[in-house]
Design a protein around this ligand. Sequence first.
Ligand code: CMX
Length: 437
Amino acid sequence: ILELMKTKIAKLAKEKAALKADLLKNHGERKIQDVTVEMAINGARAIKSMVTETSDLDANKGIAYRHLSLYEVNTKLPKAPGGSVALPEGAFWLLVTGEEPSAEEVKGMTEELHKRATIPANVMTTIDSLPKETHPMTQLSVAMLALQKDSKFFKKYQEGMKKDDYWSYALEDCLDVVAKVPIIAAKIYRRTFHDGKLPEYDPKLDWAANFAQMLGINQSEDFKEAMRLYLMLHADHEGGNVSAHATHLVGSALSDPYYAWAAGLCGLAGPLHGLANQECLSWLLDVQKQLGGQKPTKDLMTDFANKTLKEGKVIPGFGHAVLRNTDPRYMLEREFALKHCTEDPLFQLVDSCYQAIPPVLLKQGKVKNPFPNVDAHSGQLMHFYNLKEQNFYTVVFAVSRTLGVMAQYIWSRAVSLPIERPKSLPLDELMILAKKH
Ligand code: CMX
């Protein structure tokens, strides 16, 4: 399967290289946007200054993996036997090759990952040497760097590999990372929250199902299916978000995929990014406690939302920096929950928030997007299937996002994107420029 994958990437890379050359030669001076002082100060928001091949975020339709919406990905891509959710390794194939995989190709992909799913003893020892209270995201970042010793990209670069070969060794490392990350995540989970015993890896299972069973908390088929959905939905979200951008930036220095993703993981650990999902569940559980068994009616939830706003806090799980509509990832999780867990009191609370909170935020008047994002739902699903340790949620997100950032890394090398080096300015220089224009 690896050779087939390489053939597909090589073919697409040739087309993309021609497109890039055409853009640079014939349109390189063309203006695509004005950059304002506000954009420069406020986090480069909306400045079109990066190339990411794998996915594209539309403010209304949400993320598309290679031009396919998440609904299309979920409908069209192969499922596990008896399942109804697209397999995340199929999404990875799509992100990497640009093509919808056949069932045979996804099966091959799963097998390829099984072959690479061994964790060197030194990496396990490194994880075990960390105090158990170390945040699971710190443990994961440390483990990523411990894996770096075996980077094929790094080794080949030292030996003087040609530029044209960068992407194929990047692919080797990226496949290794994708194969190993769920086992490492499960290892961190078991040692941090349980007895430290790691269930055996099961090569008969797909990538997500194996991760679900290695957590050792719920062996049901429904949990495996929920995990497939979660890992498929969170796989990629364009290149400008903190973790993807950090990974891309570090990779642009030709640091190998392990170094690059370790940097990205540190970004994902931030409360304004990957940590938001854990905060969202905390808010829901707190509301549930205050409800003390009362039914979460729309009126009650409106009161809770107003109370949170009055306290000067944001309502976690609502709003988005780019999206201006309900996040399709939220909707797909909601559809799943409607099929599997409508009796769950926490789902009923989430459902009531869905009805009550957008009107409250709209009335407040300053939020650009009053609708829920994915974080408003994913915690409920994990919690329902007995994955209750919120400190671990960002690690589950990281397992999924590994697919996207690794696909992006491969493509950054395949189209030879150069080292990234935006121009920065001190504020007084910005004032001089602002007054000049
Ligand atoms: N509750 C209350 N106020 C909110 C809000 C919310 N959920 N979302 C935005 N606002 C406020 C902002 O704080 C801002 O207020 P000020 O002008 O007083 O600073 C105002 O509305 C305008 O903000 P915005 O332009 O609509 O949103 P931003 O692009 O600045 O921020 C985000 C986006 C996600 C950080 C913000 O909506 C938020 O804090 N949401 C809650 C936390 C959350 O769910 N994070 C997960 C994001 C998921 C993801 O990134 O994938």
